[in-house]
Write a protein that binds this ligand. Structure first.
Ligand code: MG
Length: 160
């Protein structure tokens, strides 16, 4: 087995959509970034790549490359999953936490979980998504940004 961890942060600004785990969540502010700035998927992809020491998403999808501008992070997630599978590994389970002061995302968590599981071809009970506020502390608490943390466990599907 292999384990990987990922972390990401994006700035919250007006005039952008808030997309988490590929689901658009009604919000006054959204996340700023070159892609759709899906902070949760970015942390998950970094954990997947980290488990196989394949670098990070900045290496695979550079934000200087115009072809990734505005791209759905779900597309990138599927690409990373195919890469993992091509190396003979698959996700055993993943666990993640989104740190966001507002809006409350609890009503959307199940939808996010199901969407991630479907796109990773996993059962829902292999994909955990949790959320917390930052108790109004720091940049997350001031609603200036959102953070996400993820850990992923991979299991080998074939012996090389
Ligand atoms: Mg990011």
């Amino acid at each position: 087995m292999r384990i990987g961890q990922g972390y990401d942060v994006h700035k919250l600004v007006e005039g952008r959509k808030l997309i988490l785990g590929g689901i658009e969540i009604p919000s006054k502010k959204g996340l700023l970034g070159h892609s759709d700035a899906d902070v949760l998927i970015h942390a998950i992809m970094d954990a997947m790549l980290g488990a196989l020491a394949l670098g990070d998403i900045g290496k695979h999808f550079p934000d200087t490359d115009p072809k990734f501008k505005g791209i759905s992070s779900i597309t990138l997630l599927k690409h990373v999953n195919e890469l993992i599978l091509s190396y003979g590994w698959k996700i055993s389970n993943l666990d993640s936490t989104v740190v966001l002061q507002a809006p409350k995302i609890a009503p959307y968590i199940e939808k996010v979980q199901t969407n991630l599981a479907e796109n990773l071809k996993l059962k829902n009970d292999c994909v955990s998504v949790k959320a917390t506020t930052n108790e109004k502390l720091g940049f997350s608490g001031r609603e200036e940004g959102a953070q996400a943390f993820a850990v992923v466990l991979l299991k080998q599907t074939k012996v090389n």
